[in-house]
Design a protein around this ligand. Structure first.
Ligand SMILES: *Cc1c(COP(=O)(O)O)cnc(C)c1O
Length: 359
């Protein structure tokens, strides 16, 4: 793909701003996203959380429905399920720290369960085939939270294109970004039409429905951001290759440190290098992660207070089941977003080695 000149694009978009400009850049972005991911439809929205909420609503999931999701996830996934007015049911991690324990998921399926929502943290997905099989046999939608998984593959297929819908974020720091934004991918024309209707107050009606026949919302992606996302997408292949290389370089540079075990790709996984992942086998791992954050190593526990979702005070009103393995896996996880700059990469590796060795 030719990389569009961002300044020229923005100038054109801004020049048109006094008039309602419609969805010119957003539509072009949708066409390009669908083509590069090999899916029939992409629907662009204003954030990753909005993409998750929109996918659920577009499948008619709401009041009285249950959605299975890993307890080992970020709070945004939970928020999207609650925004759809469905009930999040947390699934524990597997015995070896796999993101989602299949037996626990199967045991939590009820007649109200509509969907299972795996979250590919750090661009890794675990045994997605087995989960897809479980979803198919129980007639549940598989909706992927692929907000950290741009370009990750599983048995050769792109994450976010395996379930009925895959949801992505375009926030700064994600592998394709425009500052803020999101999109969903699907091969289901009905889901795509409803998602398109929902993201703009049902003004662009789904087939067979009059405009404004339902309440939607404003999850539109602003045109200047859609233009910037197109620029980011055009440079994606190169960025992905760099990021993968940098992630394995960071793991190598940190090397063997007692108490720190790299979480490497399992068979079939080809992660995108979004984060370098380790398991910490040392006392007080959360305090260690906070210490790393203090010395400048951004990491999910130390910087963003990642913990198993059922332990968040904000999730208490949901009466979550206890998921002890997910709690432990979150506490022991060191997930470090991989910097694009080689000098910074070397500094981070040294800081991790030094702090862990001294702990
Ligand atoms: C970033 C992220 C989100 C939310 O995306 P926003 O664009 O910030 O709404 C959801 N899930 C995961 C796993 C994320 O990393």
């Amino acid at each position: 793909m030719n990389t569009p000149d961002p300044m020229a694009l923005l100038e054109r978009v801004v020049a048109r701003m006094p008039d309602p400009v419609g969805r010119e850049q957003a539509s072009l972005l949708e066409t390009e996203l669908a083509a590069t991911h090999g899916v029939a439809h992409a629907v662009v929205v204003s954030s990753g959380t909005a993409a998750l909420h929109t996918a659920l609503v577009a499948r008619g999931i709401g009041e009285g429905d249950e959605v299975l999701l890993p307890a080992l996830t970020v709070i945004m996934t939970v928020a999207a399920v609650v925004q759809a007015r469905a009930h999040p049911v947390f699934v524990d991690a597997g015995p070896d720290g796999e993101p989602l324990d299949l037996a626990d998921a199967a045991s939590k399926i009820t007649p109200r369960t509509r969907a299972v929502l795996p979250v590919h943290l750090g661009g890794q997905c675990g045994d997605l085939d087995a989960l897809a099989e479980l979803a198919a046999s129980a007639q549940l939608d598989l909706i992927e939270d692929a907000c950290q998984a741009h370009g990750s593959r599983y048995h050769g297929r792109l994450l976010g294109t395996i379930g009925r819908a895959g949801c992505f974020s375009l926030k700064d720091g994600k592998l394709i970004s425009s500052g803020e934004g999101g999109y969903l991918l699907t091969d289901d024309p009905d889901l795509a039409a409803r998602a398109t209707a929902f993201q703009s107050h049902w003004q662009i009606p789904a087939a067979g429905e009059p405009a404004l026949s339902r309440l939607g919302t404003n999850y539109r992606l602003a045109e200047p951001l859609a233009a910037l996302a197109r620029v980011s997408l055009a440079g994606f292949d190169e960025r992905l290759a760099r990021r993968r290389h940098a992630a394995s370089r960071l793991i190598d540079l940190v090397g063997d440190v007692p108490g720190l075990i790299p979480i490497l790709a399992t068979s079939g996984e080809q992660p995108n290098g979004y984060s370098a992942l380790w398991r910490i086998l040392l006392p007080e791992p959360r305090r260690l992660c906070r210490r790393l954050a203090e010395v400048g190593v951004i990491n999910s526990v130390g910087t963003f207070d990642l913990r198993a979702a059922h332990l968040h005070p904000a999730c208490r009103p949901l009466h979550p089941a206890s998921c002890p393995r997910a709690a432990h896996a979150a506490d022991c996880l060191l997930a470090v977003p991989v910097p694009d700059d080689d000098t910074r990469l070397t500094e981070i590796a040294t800081l991790i080695r030094t702090e862990i060795s001294a702990w």
